[in-house]
Design a protein around this ligand. Structure first.
Ligand code: IPE
Ligand code: IPE
Ligand code: MG
Length: 224
């Protein structure tokens, strides 16, 4: 599943705090959600942490976000190893600070064989660019080879913060994703909210273009 973690800035604004305080609270929410994910039946969790368009933000905010990402990876590495979490970063690396790249590489190397949860953090990520980059690296382009290069299909896609858009996240992978839009600002998103979204997902009928069960039965009865 994927989460577009949105609303940190508005969370802070509502409390008269600087936007960066919202991002700090957002990191704490990440910790709680990652901890709860395996118990909620989640195998793959892709978190949208920094989009390629987020470079447009003020320099101070970008710098703070980058520092937080680096320290998250360093601080959480031990806990990830302990909990069997495989860490991976998706997105461009060539515009990231060398220190952050090293933290990513170290976390990926150390957790490569963990199997409880596959945690993918999207940093300097653009869905359109990811599709382009994957396609450019494939000699025999097919739906299957592209899918393999990009990553697993998304079953459930959550966006917090009340907006109803994808903002260039996992475009190919979300072709048949169930979308859940939450009014909660990301720092307030709790394990209970995660469980509620999973419950909502489980209650939906996924048809992948086929006919629904009931319609199928009706059709059969009519043909009989
Ligand atoms: C999401 O929160 C975090 C990032 C995009 C890095 P925002 O910073 O977008 O928060 P809002 O949408 O301004 O409230
Ligand atoms: C999407 O949120 C990116 C992340 C959550 C990292 P934004 O806040 O950047 O998206 P827009 O600008 O509202 O579309
Ligand atoms: Mg936002």
């Amino acid at each position: 599943m994927g989460i577009i973690m949105d609303g940190n800035g508005r969370w802070a604004l509502a409390r008269g705090l600087p936007r960066v305080a919202g991002h700090r609270a957002g990191v704490a929410a990440v910790g709680r959600v990652v901890e709860a994910a395996p118990g909620a039946g989640i195998g793959v969790l892709t978190l949208f942490a920094f989009s390629s368009d987020n470079w447009r933000r003020p320099r101070a905010e970008v710098d703070a976000l980058m520092r937080m990402l680096g320290s998250y990876l360093e601080k959480e590495l031990g806990r990830c190893l302990e909990k069997g979490v495989r860490l991976e970063a998706i997105g461009r690396r060539d515009r990231l600070a060398p220190g952050l790249c090293r933290a990513i590489a170290q976390a990926e190397r150390a957790t490569a064989s963990a199997t409880n949860l596959w945690l993918r953090i999207a940093i300097d990520y653009s869905g359109r660019d990811a599709i382009l980059a994957a396609a450019r690296g494939i000699a025999h382009l097919s739906r299957e080879s592209l899918e393999l290069a990009l990553g697993p299909p998304v079953d459930l896609l959550i966006r917090t913060g009340g907006e109803r858009r994808l903002s260039d996240f996992l475009l190919w992978e979300s072709a048949y994703a169930e979308l859940v839009f939450s009014q909660r600002m990301w720092p307030d998103f709790s394990p209970e909210d995660l469980a509620a979204a999973v419950r909502e997902f489980r209650g939906r009928e996924r048809r992948f273009g086929a006919v629904p069960e009931i319609a199928m039965r009706r059709q059969e009865a009519w043909l009989d």
